[in-house]
Design a protein around this ligand. Structure first.
Ligand code: 5GP
Ligand code: ZN
Length: 115
């Protein structure tokens, strides 16, 4: 699974515009956004789910998600945001390379989270 779609994006084999980047992570727009501004934080190395990410990287992973959320709140003039990580297929994970979804939210945007 080292050559999954996000590995190819991470290596630049598939071009993408990076919204932000840290030593071990980068963020890109979701190709099929559920709301305007929907973006993903992705590790540069392949880890399947959150359980596979070394504990030493979790701080940087979520700090990157925080910085992305701040950026998207400003850019989209959003009033809030959801943070989602789907782990394993049964939970809705389609790309088997862990990623944090950041979904900027506005009143009456029509998006429903059933958690
Ligand atoms: P999951 O269901 O695995 O949590 O979410 C995968 C997400 O990745 C989906 O929201 C989907 O739209 C997005 N996605 C899948 N392939 C690509 C791609 O090649 N480029 C980008 N930017 N997003 C992708
Ligand atoms: Zn991968």
């Amino acid at each position: 699974m080292e050559e999954c779609i996000f590995c190819k994006i991470a290596k630049g084999e598939i071009p993408s515009e990076r919204i932000l980047e840290t030593e071990n992570f980068f963020a890109i727009k979701d190709a099929n956004p559920k709301v305007k501004g929907h973006a993903l934080v992705i590790p540069k190395k392949h880890y399947g789910t959150l359980l596979d990410v070394p504990s030493s990287l979790l701080g940087e992973f979520f700090e990157t998600a925080k910085q992305l959320a701040l950026k998207l709140l400003e850019k989209e003039k959003a009033e809030g945001f959801n943070v989602v990580v789907n782990n394993y297929e049964v939970a809705g994970q389609l790309v088997p390379h862990v990623h944090i979804h950041i979904l900027p939210r506005k009143k009456d945007d029509g998006f429903r989270m059933n958690v």
